[in-house]
Design a protein around this ligand. Structure first.
Ligand code: ZN
Length: 407
């Protein structure tokens, strides 16, 4: 009994006399350095993205060949300069195509019961309910009188311009990624989604990458196409004028490359609305669908398909790493946007709210080319989908171009 007490006392004494051990402070593992690209992506803000879209809507539908379109280009250029993307330039070309005729197609019966598969643009196939898709040409559809007046000047053929600015790579100024969206619209609304949402995304990326504490190994060009809605004329003019200049130093020995070699082309067109398939009567839910995602498309049937697919999946990976709220999906029917004229020359992808052929082309967006494509038609969830596409592209392009934060 006495021995037991002694052992207990000794144990207690030992327990109390171990401060030498308690004082031992093992080295703490070094806190992991924050991923600099995550820091850059974190500089994108919903409020800025919304404000930039709102700023674009002051020029109504920004239809090509009008004063409101030219004023929008001037405003975009001033914004880019104010972000620090000061080396703005303009592409000049002549638009002289005959005006397109738009007709409203008869509504199609849904195909859920019949199982019919309808072919659509880009090699896509439409399934299920198919809603009406048309371009509004009726001013009376615009209920806002001031906006109707703002949009009233008709397009006139003639000289056209489009603006870009470039983040110059510090290691390889002779190579670049092209990040684009089209700034023109139509339909007597504000072209807020098509394509204010893509234009604002490109502008916000220009803002973040122009921060003086970010440098990139390779160059990034931020470009806002004109004349997309008339047949990709602005993007075609760019390819015609500049494809042959790629990678040439001018003047020789200057270290300047007016047209760096194209490494990838990333287009953004309609970034906000993902409310699902229409009902059998063509109506679409006013609420964003729970499965909303960013759709990244490449084009299967061309000679750079493999590299473009690789680029598309690289963007999906970037979405998984950097986007805060919405996932991304990859499809292979990229079509009807400004990446099209590039796709045989450089790996090209487009980012959208939905797939262009199978979904947008099947009437999934009731505001598409309509008088209702106005800032007020979208909720914060819709704007946030656009911001997540911005996070995706910023993260991907930062990795591809070798972006670093200066210490
Ligand atoms: Zn568009």
């Amino acid at each position: 009994m006495r021995a037991n007490v002694l052992v207990t006392a000794c144990t207690l004494a030992m327990a109390l006399s171990t401060p030498a051990f308690a004082q031992y402070d093992p080295p703490k593992p070094e806190a992991p350095k924050p991923d600099p690209i995550k820091t850059m992506v974190g500089r994108l803000e919903l409020a800025n993205y919304k404000a930039t879209i709102k700023g674009l809507t002051q020029f109504g539908d920004r239809r090509q060949g009008t004063d409101r379109n030219r004023a929008a280009i001037d405003w975009i250029e001033a914004q880019l300069k104010s972000y620090g993307c000061t080396n703005t330039e303009r592409i000049k070309y002549i638009f002289d195509d005959a005006p397109r005729k738009y007709t409203t197609p008869a509504p199609l019966p849904n195909t859920i019961a019949s199982g019919e598969i309808r072919k659509n643009v880009g090699g896509s196939r439409m399934r299920g309910n198919v809603g009406p898709v048309s371009v509004n040409v009726d001013p009376e559809k615009q209920e806002d009188e001031a906006l109707r007046k703002l949009n009233s000047q008709p397009a006139v053929n003639g000289p056209r311009e489009e603006v870009f600015c470039t983040k110059i790579g510090s290691e390889h100024p002779e190579e670049m990624y092209i990040v684009g969206a089209h700034m023109d619209g139509h339909g007597w609304g504000e072209a807020a989604d098509d394509d204010g949402s893509g234009t604002a995304l490109v502008m916000e990326l220009a803002r973040v990458f122009s921060s003086p504490d970010i440098k990139t190994d390779r160059s990034i060009r931020f470009i806002l196409w004109n004349n997309e809605e008339t047949g990709l004329n602005g993007a075609k003019a760019y390819v015609e004028q500049r494809a042959a200049l790629q990678g040439k130093e001018s003047p020789p020995g200057s270290g300047k490359y007016p047209e760096p070699k194209w490494l990838g082309m990333i287009q953004h067109d309609m970034m906000m609305w993902d409310h699902g398939m229409p009902d059998a009567d063509g109506k679409v839910s006013p609420e964003q669908r729970k499965e909303a995602d960013v759709n990244i498309e490449f084009r299967m049937d061309n000679k750079l398909a493999e590299q473009a697919a690789k680029l598309a999946y690289f963007f999906r990976d970037a979405n998984e790493k950097y986007a805060t709220n919405y996932p991304a999906a990859v499809g292979h029917h990229m079509t009807n946007t400004d990446s099209d004229p590039f796709k045989e020359l450089v790996p090209s992808i487009s980012l959208r709210e939905n797939e262009r052929g199978m979904q947008i082309g099947a009437g999934w967006n009731p505001h598409y080319h309509q008088a209702t494509d106005k800032f007020s038609s979208y909720s914060d969830k819709d704007f946030l989908l656009g911001l997540n596409a911005a996070q995706t592209t910023l993260g991907a392009v930062a990795e591809l171009a070798g972006a670093k934060l200066k210490e």
